[in-house]
Write a protein that binds this ligand. Sequence first.
Ligand SMILES: N[C@@H](CCC(=O)N[C@@H](CS)C(=O)NCC(=O)O)C(=O)O
Length: 220
Amino acid sequence: MTKLYSYFRSSSAYRVRIALNFKKVNYSIQPVHLVKDGGEQHLDDYKKLNALSQVPTFIHNKMCLTQSMAIFYYLDQNFEGPELFPKDIGQHVVEFCEVINSGIQPIQNLRVLQYLKNKYHFEQDEIQSWSHHWIEQGFFALESFLNKNSGKYCFGDQVTAADMFLAPQVYNSLRYNVDLNEFPKIQGIWKNCLKLEEFIKADPVHQPDTPEDYSSPYKI
Ligand SMILES: N[C@@H](CCC(=O)N[C@@H](CS)C(=O)NCC(=O)O)C(=O)O
């Protein structure tokens, strides 16, 4: 049994969906609504799987794994298909992914934004500006990285975990009106990724829990 607890709009779950598609893993999606009724991630049964009350959670037979980076490692170790962290450049791919995984996404995660709103009374425009700021800071770092290493994708012409972390973070950036024209490398690579079926299938617009009235910030 291979199952992914996911939310259509979660960038961390989106990363894992892309990786699963690349590895041609046959998996089912178990939606976890992060907002409805205070968030299904906080239900006791779900917390037994994911102590931090987040998606994604990945189940493979008896293995239950949280944290997208750990899931990516597991996929490379246990499934055939293209390497997510190719051996010769693996550490640099991790380095790139961690800028997103540790340096950008957590600062604009739902629980952080909810805390700013509930505890410090941030207005919607302040929340918007907070997320915009931190994503932009991270994108400056990624862009300079890509100026040295990239080709069609983040590392030359080979799709790696770096692209799978980048595309969902670009998706998030559009929710906070980051101007991608400031980041031509990121924008170009993201557009190349969006042409690949593994990315298209994983896109928030194509998930079993995508609401009918959802409209994507870009055409796919
Ligand atoms: N480092 C974690 C991050 C997971 C994460 O932040 N998930 C978000 C959605 S993208 C979440 O479930 N947030 C729920 C909440 O904040 O209540 C991973 O890579 O899996």
